[in-house]
Unconditional design. Structure first.
Length: 405
């Protein structure tokens, strides 16, 4: 009988963060090995718990959360999102401009499927959160990667971005704070990119899921506060990271700018939102409490806070390894170290990550999984406690001291 094959639409769809390396790690665990997983920004396994108020509020609403909600989401949660953006100086978002989703991931895919025709292009940063590239491909589009400059705090190279705009370009993705680099973009950089979008009639897709996880003197600027009323902006955020409830899948998308010019596009978004019926209703009830209550994330990111201490220790230890350099993340939950090619002439960074996994039982994500251009970087999460970070980076240093690619 004929082999049953996957759709051709998946041929350019990759998500290597949960790819072959993770499958190999699972096989090793099944054999009895203990694997330290530094590959995914999932707070719960590292002892980060959701605020009690969020859990209590969800439990109290469970009896009323058994049926479908409006396809956009429950009114109280969408109102809370609107009020949050109003507090950030964004006045042009209405309740009907907010869509709740099963995490930001679902809404990214939905927004691109509603927009793209085959062959149309979206500008995506490199390195990127690979779901963006995969979702563009799944929608029939082409992800064109613009460079972020490691020598300039990993900020976007605006000249490179502009050089890649073509008549087929429909939008620009901004991931700020950035995953995987931890870069936080200043207003001046965002303004330059918005000016390009205005000049070329492009949409801004602003992935801001880490907007509350900031370190040192970093200030987050919402792209929608810069785009104004003449550049369409889709802002994505949610509760997975700052509120430590990744498993609840509670995110949102808010549309701002010239919605009258995007009426047909928004009709397409509504069609797809209706087709999936609604997002997880119990998790929707977490949003109002989360956004309006005490922001416990601040206890974790300020000096003495656990996330801040872990970032600092990982940064210090990585840069102490010969041939390894790392920019200091100003936000998010990751570091994206560079392996000097003169010291470590790695040709295949996925093989490097596999060798590390086999020898030291540490699972990282290789840099090309984030559509980075060279096999000379990797991403590690900074969620483990300081003791485990010291142990993991010590084992990494031991591995590198004898590694021959």
């Amino acid at each position: 009988m004929a082999e049953i094959k996957q759709s051709d639409k998946l041929h350019n769809v990759l998500y290597d963060i949960r790819g072959p390396l993770l499958e190999h790690a699972k096989r090793m665990e099944a054999e009895g090995h203990r694997i330290l997983k530094l590959n995914i920004g999932n707070p719960a396994p590292f002892g980060f718990e959701a605020p009690d108020a969020i859990l209590v509020d969800m439990i109290r609403h469970l009896p009323k959360a058994q049926g479908y909600s409006d396809s956009r989401g429950i009114f109280s949660a969408r109102t809370a999102v609107v009020q949050y953006y109003q507090s950030r100086g964004i006045k042009t978002i209405d309740v009907d401009d907010v869509y709740l989703g099963n995490g930001v991931s679902e809404l990214i895919t939905l927004s691109l499927q509603a927009l793209l025709n085959n062959g149309e292009e979206i500008l995506v940063p490199t390195p990127d959160y690979p779901l963006w590239t995969a979702s563009v491909s799944l929608a029939g589009g082409t992800a064109v990667h613009y460079l972020c400059d490691e020598s300039n705090s990993w900020w976007p190279d605006v000249e490179d971005l502009e050089s890649k705009i073509t008549p087929q370009t429909r939008g620009i993705v901004l991931i700020n704070p950035n995953n995987p680099t931890g870069a936080v973009y200043p207003r001046s950089v965002i303004q330059q990119i918005v000016d390009l979008a205005r000049r070329h009639d492009l949409i801004i897709f602003a992935d801001e899921i880490y907007e509350k996880i900031l370190y040192d003197d970093a200030v987050h600027v919402n792209a929608a506060s810069v785009t104004g009323d003449d550049v369409l902006c889709l802002t994505f955020s949610g509760l997975s990271k700052a509120y430590r409830i990744a498993g609840f899948r509670s995110g949102w998308m808010a549309i701002s700018g010239p919605k009258h010019r995007a009426a047909d596009y928004i009709e397409g978004i509504n069609l797809l939102a209706n087709m999936r019926l609604c997002a997880n209703v119990p998790a929707q009830h977490a949003i109002q409490t989360a956004l309006g209550g005490y922001q416990s994330i601040n206890d974790l990111i300020l000096p003495g806070g656990r996330l801040r201490e872990q970032r600092d220790k990982a940064y210090e230890l990585l840069n102490a390894i010969p041939g390894v350099s790392c920019e200091l993340a100003k936000g998010a939950l990751y570091l994206f170290p560079r392996l000097d090619p003169e010291v470590y002439p790695i040709k295949n960074d996925e093989q490097f990550a596999l060798d590390l996994l086999k020898q030291q039982k540490i699972l990282i994500s290789h840099g090309t999984a984030f559509n980075w251009v060279n096999p000379d970087h990797f991403r590690m999460v900074t969620l483990p406690n300081v003791k485990d970070i010291e142990d993991a980076i010590g084992r990494l240093a031991e591995f590198l001291s004898t590694y021959k690619p």
